[in-house]
Ligand binder design. Structure first.
Ligand SMILES: NC(=O)c1ccc[n+]([C@@H]2O[C@H](COP(=O)([O-])OP(=O)(O)OC[C@H]3O[C@@H](n4cnc5c(N)ncnc54)[C@H](OP(=O)(O)O)[C@@H]3O)[C@@H](O)[C@H]2O)c1
Length: 298
């Protein structure tokens, strides 16, 4: 739209504009602003969502300041998810089970509420691909923050989980935490032995940063040639969308689920809480993010 002077009309941000954002360090690469501002425009909501670069150590100061400045809440990404877990006043069950928080809501009673939406975002994305998430067994590669959230959501749906992590102590620690939370169906397998359990699994999920652009070099000690043709292979890395693991899985004719949909589904709860509308997750937002990733040669 053009103003009377022929220059583009400025986006109107006023006293009633609902504000939210994403706190991370670094945060410039985050696609969350693109996604949330797309939904705000789509639904004609008077709101804005901004990247908030906050250094480690400054997280709590920043959060209290944003709350005082009237923000509705924020997303939280690396490296602040555990710090967010520690400072919130109210934790929902998903956050308690994940030990981390990726969504903050500044409630009207002055309390800060914390949610973890990664696990449910993962499950919703797999389901959106027409794959049922119930019963069966998943081999989960990794034992970091995302692994914990995803494992908890899979266990909630009766899916048994086998953990394999480069650092075995972290996998054991995660298994212990999940079992204490009334989830006995957790096993651990050594990183180099992951191939030995694959034939017992219906799903393989990469939650490590292997395969991520700019991530660590290396490969999984896995030969998918021997996998059951019904195996579903999921990668939560979404830059690039088609990771080496997914390329290999596709080459062997296996069903694949990439990580972009998880990013979109995990964003839904925050948008709904801050802006009062539950966004419909349609092909437009996925196409927008996909084009943005491709625009940068990804
Ligand atoms: N799609 C989405 O919406 C979404 C959401 C959250 C995260 N993610 C992606 O998921 C990945 C993990 O995130 P996170 O928050 O869980 O990170 P994190 O807590 O730092 O965990 C990283 C995991 O990667 C493993 N790892 C790192 N380098 C490795 C290597 N060279 N070989 C084998 N394993 C290695 C680590 O193993 P050790 O314990 O041995 O170090 C650990 O299990 C990131 O790429 C992130 O971008 C995607």
């Amino acid at each position: 739209m053009k103003s009377a002077a022929g220059v583009p009309a400025p986006r109107r941000i006023g006293g009633a504009t609902a504000l939210a954002g994403v706190i991370g360090w670094p945060v410039a690469h985050s696609r969350s602003p693109l996604m949330h501002n797309f939904w705000l425009a789509q639904y004609g909501i008077d709101g804005a969502y901004v990247p908030l670069p906050v250094r480690p150590g400054a997280f709590e100061t920043a959060v209290r300041g944003l709350q005082a400045a009237g923000f509705r809440g924020t997303n939280v990404t690396i490296p602040h998810k555990e710090a967010a877990f520690r400072i919130v006043d109210r934790l929902d069950r998903s956050a308690r089970r994940s030990g981390s928080v990726n969504t903050l809501v500044f409630a009207s009673d002055g309390m800060i509420e914390g949610f973890s939406t990664d696990g449910e975002g993962f499950v919703a994305n797999v389901q959106a691909h027409g794959i049922a998430v119930k019963d069966g067994r998943a081999l989960l590669l990794g034992a970091g923050g995302a692994a914990r959230a995803i494992a908890a959501s899979l266990l909630d749906r009766g899916v048994a989980v086998v953990l394999a992590n480069r650092t075995p102590a972290r996998a054991e620690e995660l298994a212990r935490a999940l079992r204490e939370d009334a989830a006995p169906a957790v096993e651990v397998v050594a990183w180099d032995d992951m191939a030995t359990v694959l034939s017992r699994c219906d799903m393989l999920v990469n939650t490590t940063s292997l395969g991520m652009e700019g991530g660590p070099p290396g490969d999984f000690p896995l030969d998918l040639a021997a996998a059951d043709p019904a195996l579903v292979v999921c990668d939560i890395v979404y830059v690039p969308r088609q990771t080496p693991l997914l390329r290999d899985a596709a080459a062997h004719g296996l069903r694949c689920v990439d990580g972009l949909g998880m990013l979109i589904h995990q964003a839904r709860l925050g948008f709904c809480k801050w802006f009062g509308t539950d966004p419909v997750i349609g092909p437009e937002v996925e196409a927008l993010l996909d084009a943005d990733l491709r625009g940068q040669g990804r």
